[in-house]
Design a protein around this ligand. Structure first.
Ligand SMILES: *Cc1c(COP(=O)(O)O)cnc(C)c1O
Length: 383
């Protein structure tokens, strides 16, 4: 086959990246919290509607910051969806605390809010949710349970920048939310992330934790006359190089979303008939959610058909993927976590999902090829 391979994802190239990087080199200010960090932060506050955004070196690090802010310690528990990226759990285990895995909703893969309450114990310190593909769980119910038990909510919004649930911006429901700017995400800086803080009580301490446990942020604002070690901390601020690329990307956020959205809409529209005929469930956006085009997936009728479709696509030069292995069934999940109730939906989702290539700038003919390849697949063996 000499046709060009269609990769799964490709980072967006923003117009002013090179110019911004040159500006950092020329300025002599390459360490964190320079003008590009300030600009990217302001853009993120605008996009997310969050009151306070702190750029970080990754989403994983932003999640670790929440663990430090909550003073997690051995014996403490954090409730997490079974179906999510490992970072939400490594941030908990890094402090010796226990992840408590809860099953997800059947066709969306997000935590089942109705199962959260029964997983709460006297040791629970937080409820962590993830907006899979930019689709949130029932956040009214999550917040209701959290308030009833006095627990903070953490939203892992790595997929959902700019999305909404029931008319409210993702990332503004919880005390904390995290973003990722890894190069596979809609907006990227190679590696990067952000912590969104929606509860004022945590802002000052978060600035300290991000700056090696020092009050350097207050010092730079002239609020104290020298800076020193005042609390726990690490080095979580990205360099101006990362911020310069991020700022260029955020400047074109609407453009990126339009390009990705166009691909998503074509998959959704042009695969509908094939899917209906084949007992395949294509990704749909629930009424209260918005379409942010981070990913598009097909839920196949069985594990065999998931494997067969991935192979069929590969044979046609189209790279699809599946992920996540449910955390409760993973080696580390069993070692560092607890699973009060079997997570059947999570396992089922993981064994049926096929994600299709999706990036900003995919050409019409590339999208055609993916659609044609999928439509050429015949589902067999369904009951
Ligand atoms: C990508 C991703 C992360 C990790 O992001 P990094 O910035 O690479 O640390 C965490 N959670 C989810 C849901 C992700 O998709």
């Amino acid at each position: 086959m000499n046709e060009e391979k269609i990769v799964f994802s490709r980072p967006f190239r923003a117009d002013s990246e090179a110019r911004n990087l040159e500006a950092v080199l020329a300025s002599g200010h390459a360490h964190g919290d320079g003008p590009f960090t300030a600009s990217a932060t302001a853009r993120l506050e605008q996009i997310t509607g969050s009151e306070r955004v702190l750029l970080t070196t990754s989403c994983t690090h932003a999640l670790e910051m929440t663990s430090m802010l909550l003073d997690l310690a051995p014996g403490d528990e954090v409730i997490l969806p079974s179906y999510t990226f490992p970072s939400a759990a490594t941030a908990v285990s890094a402090y010796g605390a226990t992840s408590v895995f809860v099953d997800v909703v059947k066709d969306t893969g997000v935590i089942d809010a109705e199962l959260i309450e029964s997983a709460i114990t006297s040791r629970t310190k937080a409820i962590s949710v993830m907006h899979y593909g930019g689709v949130a769980p029932d956040m009214h119910r999550v917040l209701e349970i959290a308030h009833a038990h006095g627990l903070p909510v953490i939203e892992d919004n790595a997929h959902g920048l700019g999305g909404e649930w029931d008319g409210q911006k993702l990332g503004t429901f919880g005390a904390f939310a995290t973003q990722s700017f890894h190069s596979t995400k809609n907006v990227h800086s190679g590696e990067g992330g952000a912590l969104l803080i929606n509860d004022d009580r945590f802002v000052e301490r978060a600035e300290i934790i991000r700056e090696k446990g020092t009050n350097r942020s207050r010092f730079l604002r002239g609020q104290v006359d020298k800076y020193s070690w005042v609390d726990k901390g690490s080095s979580y601020l990205p360099s101006e190089f990362n911020a310069a690329v991020l700022d260029a990307q955020l400047e074109q956020f609407d453009h990126i979303q339009r390009l990705r959205g166009g691909v998503w809409e074509r998959y959704s529209r042009e695969l509908a008939e094939w899917a209906a005929r084949s007992a395949v469930l294509p990704m749909t956006i629930p009424a209260k959610a918005t379409q942010i085009a981070h990913l598009f997936y097909l839920l196949m009728p069985s594990f065999e058909m998931q494997q067969a479709l991935l192979e069929h696509l590969r044979d046609r030069g189209v790279i699809g993927t599946f992920h996540y292995i449910p955390l409760d069934s993973s080696v580390a999940g069993r070692r560092f976590g607890r699973t009060p109730q079997e997570c059947r939906n999570s396992l089922d989702f993981s064994r049926r999902i096929v994600r299709l290539p999706l990036w900003a700038g995919m050409s019409d003919s590339q999208v055609d090829r993916v659609i044609d390849a999928v439509r050429a697949f015949t589902v067999t063996g369904t009951a």
